[in-house]
Design a protein around this ligand. Structure first.
Ligand SMILES: *Cc1c(COP(=O)(O)O)cnc(C)c1O
Length: 377
């Protein structure tokens, strides 16, 4: 039996050919393919500018350098990959963890409570968890009312829409970031991108991606000035060629994910004590398909289910271990926030396999096996 992971890339011959073409060309790194990839992402998302970078974490780091200053307070979610809040720490700013809603996204009503209490809060870092957009009207309301900066972490949500607002369009935000890690909907191997409609941010991001330097042709075509400390966070043309080829198939990838999500939804309709995280959402990019299992009603614990599924070649994952409860964060004084929804969610949630190449027979095998193990068979 082949291993069935929770997520996996889809690479076809056209992807391979586009990479080989670059390898035979003059530019291996940040050349014409990077520019083309950036233009295509900006166009797809409906944002003015895009800067591609070496991974999603680099995208978050540079965004935090642009948006935040030392000691700034940022509302964010415990239900994300570490990088979201780590990027706040990178610039010596201060994450404040806010509980989630029943759909796994940060609770914007609780964010408003925090903003009312403390007018010095600088920003909200929100994740469109699993690919389902957070409430954009509420986001706009918070931005307009409390003059707070918004970063959308779209690592799960390329292709997601909320009432015609595309993820990454920055319609109600200052900056959006993407990751193109192989487990995400679209991959460049490692890779990431930042979109924005703010020209000043865009120019600063370009500079920071390349050691903080800008060309100075007044002195000479060879000359560059470094006025601030940046990094090498460039993305290669090899990766970008793969990204362009993947982007051409994104709508197909999204449809496949939706087809799989629909089948899961239909299956769980008749099962008690197992609930999809949310009922079918057409606008979701379905990077993850999460179900909440009430383990107190079944024969095994969450850990036992995880281990027994591994024996059957099914490799699930938990998204996510609450960031504020990580040892590093605990040492900084975090971990005692009141997050009852997140706590309950983490006890119950597992992410089921969802990726374009997952066969319906494999999906059925996963479901049958889970039910058998839960019932102690
Ligand atoms: C994957 C991911 C990141 C980090 O992206 P990398 O490309 O792995 O650095 C950030 N935030 C979220 C929500 C992610 O899922």
């Amino acid at each position: 039996m082949n291993i069935i992971p929770y997520g996996k890339q889809t690479i076809d011959d056209d992807d391979i050919n586009s990479v080989v073409e670059v390898l035979k060309s003059d530019f291996l790194t940040t050349g014409p393919k990077a520019k083309e990839f950036e233009e295509k992402i900006a166009e797809y998302c409906g944002a003015k500018y895009c800067v591609c970078v070496s991974n999603g974490t680099a995208a978050l780091h540079l965004s935090s350098m642009v948006l935040l200053e030392k000691e700034d307070k940022v509302l964010t979610t415990p239900n994300s990959f570490l990088a979201t809040s780590n990027s706040i720490l990178y610039v010596n700013a201060k994450p404040i963890f806010v509980d989630i809603c029943s759909d796994g996204n940060i609770d914007l009503d609780l964010c408003e409570k925090e903003l009312k209490k403390d007018s010095s809060i600088k920003a909200i870092y929100a994740v469109h968890f699993s690919g389902k957009s957070i409430n954009q009207e509420k986001l706009k309301y918070l931005k307009d009312t409390y003059n707070v900066l918004i970063l959308e972490d779209c690592a799960h949500s390329i292709g997601a829409v909320y009432k015609n607002i595309k993820a990454g369009s920055c319609t109600n935000s200052d900056i959006s970031i993407f990751s193109f890690h192989p487990v995400k909907t679209l991959t460049t191997g490692e890779g990431g991108a930042i979109t924005t409609n703010n020209k000043e941010y865009y120019e600063k991001l370009l500079k920071l991606r390349n050691h903080g330097t800008i060309p100075n042709p007044e002195i000479g075509t060879w000359h560059y000035d470094m006025k601030e400390l940046g990094f090498n966070y460039r993305l290669t043309d090899i990766s970008c060629a793969l990204g362009i080829s993947q982007l051409n198939k994104l709508d197909f990838f999204l449809q496949k994910r939706k087809d799989i999500a629909k089948r899961y939804d239909e299956f769980f309709e008749s099962i008690v004590n197992i609930e999809p995280l949310y009922s079918f959402a057409n606008g979701s990019a379905y990077h993850l398909y999460v179900v909440k299992i009430d383990f107190s009603k079944f024969a095994v614990t969450k850990k036992e289910l995880f281990l027994k599924l591994r024996e059957k070649s099914i490799f699930l994952q938990f998204h996510y271990i609450p960031i504020n409860k990580q040892p590093y964060y605990k040492a900084l004084g975090y971990g005692n926030e009141s997050t009852p929804i997140m706590d309950d969610y983490y006890e119950k949630a597992i992410s089921l396999p969802i990726y374009p190449k997952l066969q319906f027979e494999e999906q059925d095998y996963v479901l049958k096996t889970i039910i058998e193990i839960l019932n102690g068979r």
